[in-house]
Design a binder for this molecule. Sequence first.
Ligand code: ATP
Length: 237
Amino acid sequence: MSMLKVDNLNVYYGSIHALKGVSLHVDQGEIVTLIGANGAGKSTLLKTLSGLLKPKEGTIEYLNDSIAGKQAQAIVKAGISHVPEGRRVFADMSVEENIELGAFLRKDKAGIQQDFQKVYEIFPRLHERRKQSAGTLSGGEQQMLAMGRAILARPKLLLLDEPSMGLAPLMVKTIFQVVKDINQEGTTILLVEQNANMALSIANRAYVIETGRVILSGTAEELHASEEIKNAYLGGH
Ligand code: ATP
């Protein structure tokens, strides 16, 4: 059974038709990646799934419930967390307070404490800076912080928008390992990535989006082997 099923989704920004009949599904336990050039509509899709944008047409079923057009808060409560692109931290709050926000729906104090330790083990830099205001972190550090918050949220479905953006190569590796770990601990993941090579290396399946439409889908191995994908998204390798 699919955890998430999107059918014929159409989303507009005023007169701009950003998603044109997108259909896809994500099964429980999977890592599914969305690949596409700048402006293809990847972020628009994640924003629509998390309730930040409302579709004009189409359905979104999540755990057998229709969530299209629901309030973002209700969607978070239902177990979907969205880590948006770029620096989305609360600048005036400390690093620690920002991470803690991820746990706002949880009551299991011991579990929260454990997850805090885990975040600090994965990202020692965040531990060093835990009392510092989040606005003073570098772009890459803010990206780590957003991931840390997501770990504390323990969602059923995690929507990740370009988690590797702006990170040094070593950190990119760490982030992808973290994504894999989160998945192995039971979180289903929908991952938007410019780094198609890395994304395909950890994903089960992938969808390719071009100017608002899904133009190709398949298992990660299939897409990795496809000449079309190699030339367009994997730098010809
Ligand atoms: P990138 O990889 O560059 O982040 P993307 O695939 O995530 O790209 P989207 O951000 O979803 O692309 O944008 C899809 C299209 O919608 C683009 O043509 C973009 O210009 C347009 N768009 C996005 N946000 C808005 C907005 N707030 N108002 C008007 N048009 C928008």
